[in-house]
Design a binder for this molecule. Structure first.
Ligand SMILES: *Cc1c(COP(=O)(O)O)cnc(C)c1O
Length: 404
């Protein structure tokens, strides 16, 4: 059979063709009215995509750049901060905060789990300047309770800022940034917005802008106040990633089109899509007799799966690649060999999900020696999960027909 390469990875994710065309055509200079119009439009669309009235800024960096900007702009050396850590990306917050001289408290739970709000409450101190967390921990496939932590910060009478790495949370989880009170919400281009790596974006609350006035950590390229000033005029402080910004505009147009022209509706559809693909995948791997790595709080961004006892997860990764050109990810760092991860964030749909489940059945048949294995079992439950997740009450169906 010929092999058609497909990414099933939680970043970079598959590219939207319309965004690729927009990139190729982005032969414009950034200090021109054409670019200013594009930049202002994309920043405005991003606000709707994040779901906030706060300022949203774009940076020419991978997601970690916006994470670093949050630390450097909001903290001073010696500040006490709290990191909620449950995987590789939680550990990144810890390392970043330490690099900028913060006194770091950490709530740490084993990989595959999420923290309880009680543990967070106990670790919160009156002087905690900021709480740093992930919305979804891509390294383990876990979803954290952003709403719960935000509510806790309000009731704990804390002045702490809440900074959320939603790099794989955006587009896979429903958020209400402003109502909950998330001060900084971070996204990255190679995740839900279906374009290549190279851009990060973040929303910044009024409270966070005020906090920046008194923070003393050094910053230059990632000076958010400078970016905000320039962004108001449709410019960036330094040369922007013009082609990626054009691609982002096309991708956000596509997401809006999925919502009948309304980007907020399209964003909801994108999240529901990821949830459906994830539910299909979870049902399928369990029907195969495999165990989920994060059964209690699974993220819709990616599903992490334990291989059968005594089997290296790399076997599944390698065989999917060599036989079907399907690229999934192994565990990160010391998790290598222990889990494999299948992504649902961004440009994945029903067809992709059925395809990866079918290919996984082939790998199971040839290499996994699972008791009671039969072709079609995983596909059947994936089909049923699809029907359950997408079935609409009869009244809604009638409305949809009427609307046409
Ligand atoms: C991808 C990702 C990041 C950012 O990584 P970069 O390589 O810097 O883009 C951060 N946090 C999470 C949860 C991610 O999935």
């Amino acid at each position: 059979m010929i092999r058609k390469t497909r990414l099933f990875t939680p970043g970079p994710t598959p590219l939207l063709p319309a965004a690729q065309f927009a990139m190729a055509a982005a032969d414009i200079h950034h200090r021109t009215p054409e670019f200013r119009a594009l930049y202002l439009r994309v920043l405005d669309q991003l606000k709707t995509f994040v779901g906030t009235k706060n300022d949203v800024l774009l940076l020419a960096s991978s997601g970690t750049g916006a994470m670093e900007a949050s630390v450097s702009n909001l903290t001073s050396p010696g500040d006490r901060v709290l990191v909620l850590s449950a995987g590789k990306f939680g550990e990144r917050w810890e390392a970043l905060a330490k690099a900028f001289g913060c006194s770091v408290d950490v709530v740490k739970v084993p990989y595959g789990q999420t923290f309880s709000l009680d543990e967070v409450r106990k670790a919160l101190k009156t002087e905690t300047r900021a709480v740093f967390m992930q919305a979804t921990e891509s390294s383990t496939g876990v979803r954290h309770d952003v709403q719960g932590v935000a509510a806790l910060l309000k009731t704990a009478n804390s002045n702490s800022l809440l900074v959320v790495d939603a790099i794989t949370g955006l587009g896979t989880t429903h958020f209400d940034v402003d109502t909950w009170g998330v001060d900084i919400m971070i996204g990255g281009s190679q995740k839900a917005v279906m374009i290549p790596p190279g851009l990060s974006y973040l929303s910044v609350s009024d409270r966070a802008w005020q906090a920046m006035e008194s923070s003393r950590n050094p910053r230059y390229y990632f000076d958010l106040r400078k970016e905000r000033k320039n962004a108001k005029n449709g410019e960036s402080a330094y040369t922007p990633a013009v082609a990626l910004i054009a691609a982002l505009g096309a991708a956000l147009d596509y997401i809006a089109a999925q919502g009948g022209g309304d980007l907020a509706v399209g964003r909801k559809a994108l999240v529901d899509n990821a949830e459906t693909c994830a539910a299909m995948t979870r049902a399928a791997v369990e029907a195969l007799g495999l165990k989920l790595f994060a059964p209690d709080a699974p993220a819709a961004a990616a599903t992490a799966v334990l291989p059968p006892d005594g089997v290296d997860s790399g076997v599944v990764v390698k065989e999917l690649k060599s036989r079907f050109a399907a690229v999934i990810t192994n565990g990160q760092g010391e998790m290598k060999g222990q889990i494999f991860r299948i992504a649902h964030i961004g440009f994945f749909d029903y067809m992709d999900t059925i395809a990866i489940v079918g290919a996984l059945e082939q790998v199971a048949a040839s290499s996994l020696k699972l008791p009671g294995f039969e072709f079609g079992k995983a596909l059947a439950v994936a089909q049923k999960a699809y029907v359950e997740r997408t079935a609409k009450p009869a009244s809604e169906k009638l409305e949809a027909v009427g609307a046409r």
